[in-house]
Write a protein that binds this ligand. Structure first.
Ligand code: GTP
Ligand code: MG
Length: 202
């Protein structure tokens, strides 16, 4: 399941503009700043293949990256607060959801949730939307390297992860698979790559 080769393919702002090579793909989605681009870099063992920033709103397109010439990782704009105009964020939300609903080569969505803070309403709503639309999903808890802080609710990542799963239970017939990760320590990297290879059947 190792990544030998990773390359940027293209940026798209419409489902129809996405690559037509027919390769299976996995999309990283989640709130702005949750760590989607950082996770992609961790998976491919590159520091700056996908661009990251402290400022939410860095990724603004559907970005395809080809892995081992045989499958794709897709970096997406985040939802929720971002340092970008409201209209632009509405656009991101529209083309991202259109992409989920109309992309035949999309094998599974990876929904990223920040494990260093308590569950957010917008994440619960997103999980609910994916469940209602029966879009295959894996839950990725990010920033598991962060220690608990009083100002963040005072819970450990493990506790926030349990709470989140409890809150989304009714949205799915079977509980989605989940992985705890950190792009700082690379926790969860091998588990995700193995899971993706199983979903592709090779
Ligand atoms: P947008 O593209 O703006 O939606 O954000 P994103 O989800 O792609 O987040 P990005 O990867 O750009 O990371 C946002 C910030 O979180 C950066 O400052 C990262 O260094 C930090 N970050 C990402 N992953 C982790 C993690 O696992 N642990 C810690 N401690 N920080 C992280
Ligand atoms: Mg990003």
């Amino acid at each position: 399941a190792e990544v030998v080769n990773a390359e940027f393919v293209k940026s798209s702002v419409k489902t129809e503009e996405c690559p037509s090579d027919g390769l299976p793909e996995f999309a990283l989605v989640g709130g702005s700043n949750v760590g989607k681009s950082s996770l992609l870099n961790s998976l491919v063992r590159r520091k700056r293949l996908a661009l990251t920033s402290k400022k939410p709103g860095k990724t603004q397109c559907i970005n395809h990256f080809r892995i081992n010439d045989s499958w794709c990782l897709v970096d997406l704009p985040g939802y929720g607060y971002a340092a970008a105009p409201h209209e632009l964020r509405t656009d991101w939300n529209k083309f991202t959801k259109d992409y989920f609903l109309n992309r035949p080569t999309l094998v599974s969505v990876f929904l990223l949730i920040d494990a260093s803070i308590p569950a957010k309403k917008i994440d619960l709503e997103y999980a609910s939307w994916l469940g209602q639309n029966q879009i295959p999903m894996t839950l990725i808890f990010t920033k598991c390297d962060k220690r608990k802080k009083k100002k963040n609710g005072g819970k450990r990542p493990e506790e926030n992860v349990q709470d989140f799963q409890e809150l989304i239970r009714d949205f799915f017939q079977t509980a989605p698979p989940w992985v705890m990760t950190s792009s700082v320590t690379n926790q969860g990297r091998d588990e995700i790559l193995l899971h993706m290879s199983q979903l592709r059947n090779y």
